[in-house]
Design a protein around this ligand. Structure first.
Ligand code: NAI
Length: 333
């Protein structure tokens, strides 16, 4: 049985080839992303398409895939906003995803961003390579004793809270649902505004929804203490980029770490080192010495990739053989 992978990177090949041993599926890797421009090139008889976050599976594409004989769309990610589920259902195409994989990978990256910004290890690394051992400009602050505000205490937010507790921080949180285990550990749930008022570090771990787009904007930034540190590993649309740039200019934000960016689909996962980037907002953000941008790499650990590939192949196997699924959130259509 043939599985065609789109947006395939060398690391996808490594992990999927390894975890394919028990199944022996035929794996075909396409570097290009999937969209109307390429759907016609899919081989007749390909039964499974394996797609990633920036592959476009709209009505036009799914109609073509259905005509080619595709029976399953397997997303090797949690989000599914890039798939027209109704069209898939209409053609009887099953759609599955990986709802959860290594929340610690993302939580640890958020901590890495926080420590990098605070202790400036990236600057120290470059400095000592030029035999400059001066400490000027490298002053940080202790995390121990600071109050950290966590927005969203699901799987990733909870892992982040636990790490911050280990650092000796006071953790306050806002979520629609309160986690009893975190409360038992001393984490205090407060209304959104009070978390903003009370924390000198804020980390975002809630999904992007229609209701919380631009959660961090001019008004919410004004609620935070001057010199706040903000970390966003969730979704770019949670921040109003222009308001954040203004707050960086005034010093309202001391440090900003972002692994996600609202317009990231035009930039991330690509080598654009010899290209003129037309997006002035990301260029402005990257020009600040107190801003750290990473290209949606928070999930990118060996452990997470191993889980993504084994869960994806297992789900495909279950769907092909009509086996029952243990986790109902895996199959979307
Ligand atoms: P989850 O579903 O386990 O937890 C999300 C939590 O946010 C839930 O407790 C929910 O009640 C809460 N929530 C929802 N709306 C909220 C709001 N308006 N305000 C406050 N809390 C709200 O999700 P998980 O696995 O913890 O992932 C969180 C987010 O992390 C994902 O939605 C995704 O955007 C992002 N993510 C980023 C990755 C990266 O590589 N940078 C990788 C994986 C996920």
């Amino acid at each position: 049985m043939k599985i065609a992978f789109f947006s395939a990177k060398p690391y996808d090949k490594t992990f999927f080839n390894k975890h394919n041993a028990p199944y022996n599926f035929e794996l075909q890797y396409w570097e290009t992303h999937l969209g109307p421009h390429i759907a016609n090139a899919v081989d007749e008889g390909t039964e499974v398409i394996c797609a990633f976050v920036n592959d476009k599976l709209n009505e036009e594409v799914i109609d073509v895939l259905a005509a080619k004989g595709v029976k399953i769309i397997a997303l090797r990610c949690a989000g599914f906003n890039n798939v027209n589920l109704e069209t898939a259902k209409k053609h009887g195409i099953k759609v599955c995803r990986v709802p959860a994989y290594s929340p610690e990978a993302v939580a640890e990256h958020a901590v890495a961003m926080l420590l990098t910004l605070n202790r400036k290890t990236h600057k120290a690394y470059n400095r000592v390579r030029e035999q400059n051992f001066s400490l000027n400009g490298l002053l940080g602050f202790n995390l121990h004793g600071k109050t950290v505000g966590v927005i969203g205490t699901g799987k990733i937010g909870k892992a982040f809270c636990n790490i911050m507790l280990g650092f000796g921080c006071k953790v306050i949180a806002y979520d629609i649902y309160e986690d009893q285990e975190l409360k038992d550990k001393g984490i205090q749930y407060l209304p959104f505004k009070e978390v903003l008022n009370g924390a000198s570090i804020i980390s975002l771990h809630c999904p992007l929804t229609a209701d919380n787009r631009y959660l961090i904007n001019k008004e919410s930034l004004a609620e935070m203490p001057k010199g706040v540190t903000i970390i966003n590993t969730s979704r770019g649309g949670l921040l109003h980029t222009q308001d954040v740039i203004e707050a960086l200019k005034t010093g309202q934000i001391s440090y900003l770490g972002i692994d996600v960016y609202e317009q990231e689909d035009k930039l991330f996962f690509k080598d654009l080192s010899s290209v003129i980037i037309e997006d002035d907002e990301i260029q402005r953000l990257m020009s600040f010495p107190n801003v750290l941008v990473t290209g949606h790499q928070a999930f990118f650990t060996e452990d997470a990739l191993a889980q993504i590939s084994s869960i994806t192949l297992n789900s495909i196997n279950e769907l092909i053989h009509h086996l029952p699924h243990k986790d109902p959130s895996v199959v979307l259509a």
